[in-house]
Design a protein around this ligand. Sequence first.
Ligand code: NAD
Length: 498
Amino acid sequence: MKTVHHWIDGKSVEGTSGTYGPVTDPATGAVTTRVAFASAEEVDAAVAAAKAAYATWRTSSLATRTGVLFRYRALLDAHREELARLITAEHGKVHSDALGEVARGLEIVELACGIPTQLKGELSTQVASRVDVAAIRQPLGVVAGITPFNFPAMVPMWMFPLAVACGNTFVLKPSEKDPSAAVRLAELAAEAGLPDGVLNVVNGDRTAVDRLLEHPDVAAVSFVGSTPIARHIHTTASAHGKRVQALGGAKNHMLVLPDADLDAAADAAVSAAYGSAGERCMAISAVVAVGGTGDELVAKIRERAEKVRIGPGDDPASEMGPLITRAHRDKVASYVRGAAAQGADVVLDGTGFTPPAGYEEGHWIGLSLLDNVPTDADAYRDEIFGPVLCVLRAATYEEGVALINASPWGNGTAIFTRDGGAARRFQLEVEAGMVGVNVPIPVPVGYHSFGGWKHSLFGDLHVYGNDGVHFYTRGKVVTTRWPDPADAGVDLGFPSHK
Ligand code: NAD
């Protein structure tokens, strides 16, 4: 059986804690790999390596850093297929989806290649006689990243390329459910010339995370995962004096107005609800049909959902793969089984799905579509994180927006309409961090920033884009005077702008 080790100070380091976790191929249910779980001491070793590397990395020239990043970009480009295969083997998503994940992560490496432009400071000359003021941004030190299972390559790439481009060093704790892609990303970074200790990977569970959160040499923590853990990370790391951005879970709504192109809306709903088996933080999990559109829209969604081909991620014919674990599959199924008793109409029930021959032990479930879901039903209230789409009805635009704004989450949302005025109102009125207009999954491009509102993000700054650069740097303002002999003399007055 393959073992995934840690990556500390530029080399693979075997775990010494004696604790390992199983990594499963979700398509077959077989445990294919074991991953070392780091002890507090092993986390300390990674932080110490990052701290030692920081002394020189922070003073390295921008040209040195971008030289590494450009080589890294080329290497990642050459290894897209390999990374996508690693993702599919441990996560289960279909190959084309895994390739898309790598491409969206690569976007942030490309952003990091342009870091000199982002780090340009500001200068005001002659703010007083012979006085200039410069504003510069400097790195923080050792930064930790803790990432979820659902994007094992992309979410780490949201964080470390920009952090190291800004001059920080990094300790990544990837999801223990699919750790191989993250370790491979670190190996490729070393091959690109990233100095030892600048990027470290410690594998593990809560023990490793809690040590990072309290470690005195960790300056900041980036987290992406579920809402309860995001809240824990934000509270604990803040209490230890660290800068924190903690992105949580979601329940993303798509509002469909009566004037929308219903075929396009149904295509979008099916793609965004069932892509990656619904295991996306930007998945559409609730459609709000406005006016009389509900019945027709549900019929169109059903027709499309019934045609989605479910199968192993490495089969090019598959459009949707299995779920990450058997326990998660069973939990998703329980929401579908309980929906009718809580008042929903079960239009499609994926719980009876028959797995493909040879894959009987995989974590399979079919697509489920629930209509007229009451807002107090568990299937609507909870983040299911599976291929289950809830449809709700609203009489008017106002009622639909009020429903969306009553949700405790505010990650992404979308409106489908041909009415520019309604779309404009929606942009201004809806309470979510990322809004799509006829775009179901509005994940911002790399040079904008990604982040939600309410229970979808704890902290102030979003990830990547300008917010990412601000998160990984702190500001300093330098006021300079080069004296002229003519200015000599003592003046006890408060400095003013003469
Ligand atoms: P998770 O919260 O269970 O785990 C995320 C990370 O936290 C993992 O590295 C895990 O090892 C660690 N962790 C888990 N329990 C912990 C604990 N008690 N103490 C300390 N650390 C702990 O999330 P997941 O199941 O891996 O990922 C799915 C969740 O992530 C979903 O809720 C999804 O919406 C969310 N997500 C959000 C975004 C976003 O951008 N907002 C993006 C991707 C995923």
